[in-house]
Design a protein. Structure first.
Length: 499
């Protein structure tokens, strides 16, 4: 779907690696360095949580001295709209959507000349394909004989994390690379990693994720599954790892599209899986089919602990990293947190793809309080009776929108980014019996309110203006607006009034 992109934005060199982005934040005074020793058990998390609750997300944090490890930790890298835009090297989050919309609005070529005119765009796009290299910074240090995860500054985020027998440390910003055993198609997902000991971890991928589907295929084949955990790369690669892409789209291709340069990939030491060459830390290993172990609890982005449950076990066989490695971590919890800004980026970037199926949608808002899989507000250009309810059911059948527990549809003259105005319109426009829809279906793994795991009830609200065909037997009233003439008069005389 990214084949006919027209590049209109100012060309910028992509970040070479994570530290180049960190240096930029430092130059812009958006990074705070902490020179005193801090404990990776809870202390880093508590500092980060307090910073995330600052106005506009505070600053990124660089912990120079971490107890028990020689490597520094950085947190809250993406925890503001400004830093999220800097991470993707754009002016505002909607800029990526503009590029995607240009792509999607390309009409199919009808003549030979039109086909020929597309060739430069195809050539331009080819530059975004991942590029394989032989030598990589992430393999400056290779530890194959006795890999030891305990030497790295892996953090514990919340007091109830983990089991009594372990420290409750989790890799919270991992990029997990796997391959489909049937097609060879690569996948990268962001699934938290529970550290059990020096060489084994939990692999917390939900049943709806591509990594879990790959594991199920290996399990049916009775084969050991290779997997690799990479930590730290340039910002576009980290973000792309979290993006809700269709299975057919390679996350590293999407990262190349975002950064306007290919992602350099290197083959791992012990498997054919490739990882970003600029990664800070790479943990190679495997999963045995059917081997499960209790993973969690974990203080999650919902603001509640996700319960302990059985998940596959990952065995580390080789660790590689940069000599001067920087360990990035994220802390999730009650919003607003760093992941909220990554979620808002996803909201803006993927709106054009939602419009592919629903062109009547004008805008969408995934409020931070809804932790991105619980609540969405959608504005539409309503054209016929029942149109809003068509959107409700359509979105519940579309990708990760199927997890939304509450969808509210409003008319296109409502600015859904203005929550106060939107709430006023919704609460005045709704007759609950007529306009409320309930449906049963899949829910996110982290939903703790449903009676059953991953399945329960969701609600849709049609808050659009109603027509007689929809059962409205009275005339719909007009909204109050002052005349423009009087508004201009009052503006001109404001000081004259003594204000």
């Amino acid at each position: 779907m990214l084949l006919y992109i027209s590049l209109i934005l100012e060309d910028k060199m992509a970040y070479k690696d994570l530290r180049e982005f960190i240096n930029l934040l430092d130059q812009k005074r958006l990074l705070h360095r902490i020179p005193v020793e801090v404990d990776p058990i809870l202390e880093i998390s508590a500092i980060t949580d307090r910073m995330c609750k600052s106005p506009d997300g505070g600053k990124a944090l660089f912990f120079e001295k971490v107890k028990g490890s020689e490597y520094p930790v950085v947190t809250n890298l993406f925890g503001s709209f400004e830093r999220m835009a800097l991470a993707l090297q754009i002016n505002k989050l909607d800029d990526v959507a503009v590029r995607i919309e240009e792509l999607l609005n390309q009409a199919p070529p009808k003549t030979l000349m039109e086909k020929l005119s597309l060739l430069p765009k195809l050539f331009e796009f080819s530059k975004y394909l991942p590029k394989r290299v032989k030598n990589a910074p992430c393999q400056e240090v290779i530890e194959r004989d006795k890999p030891d995860l305990s030497k790295f500054p892996i953090i514990k985020c919340w007091p109830g994390d983990g089991q009594p027998a372990d420290e409750g440390r989790f890799i919270t910003f991992p990029m997990v690379f796997t391959k489909d055993p049937e097609t060879g198609r690569p996948n990268c997902g962001m699934y938290r990693i529970h550290i059990y000991d020096k060489t084994t971890t939990g692999m917390h991928w939900h049943i709806h994720k591509d990594g879990a589907r790959h594991y199920d295929k290996y399990k049916k084949m009775g084969k050991q599954m290779p997997a690799v955990i990479a930590v730290g790369s340039d910002p576009s690669v980290i973000y792309a790892s979290s993006a809700p892409l269709p299975e057919a789209i390679d996350e590293m291709l999407f990262a190349g599209f975002l950064r306007k340069e290919p992602v350099e990939m290197v083959k791992c030491i012990t498997s054919d899986i490739e990882v970003p060459a600029n990664s800070e830390l790479v943990i190679e290993g495997y999963l045995e089919p059917g081997e499960m172990r209790t993973e969690g609890p974990f203080g999650d982005h919902t603001g509640f602990y996700s319960a302990a449950d059985l998940y596959p076990v990952f065995h580390a066989t080789c660790i590689t990293h940069k000599k001067d490695m920087i360990y990035p971590a994220t802390v999730v919890g009650k919003p607003p947190m760093e992941d909220c800004y990554m979620g808002k980026a996803t909201e803006r970037i993927f709106l054009p793809l939602i419009r592919l199926d629903f062109p009547e949608i004008k805008d969408i808002n995934l409020p931070m309080e809804g932790v991105f899989h619980n609540f969405a507000i959608i504005s539409i250009k309503k054209s016929y009776p029942g149109h809003a309810k068509k959107i409700l059911h359509g979105l519940w059948g579309k990708g990760q929108m199927m997890f939304a527990k509450l969808l509210i549809v409003v008319d296109d003259d409502v600015d859904v980014q203005d929550l106060s105005y939107t709430a006023w319109r919704v609460l005045n426009n709704v007759d609950w019996k007529r306009d409320t829809v309930f449906a049963d279906g899949p829910l996110d793994d982290l939903d703790h309110a449903a009676n059953w795991p991953r399945y329960g009830s969701k609600m849709g609200i049609d808050a659009t203006r109603k027509t007689k065909e929809e059962g409205m037997m009275r005339e719909w009233p007009d909204e109050l607006f002052m005349s423009e003439e009087i508004k201009k008069l009052v503006e001109a005389r404001w000081k004259e009034y003594g204000f």
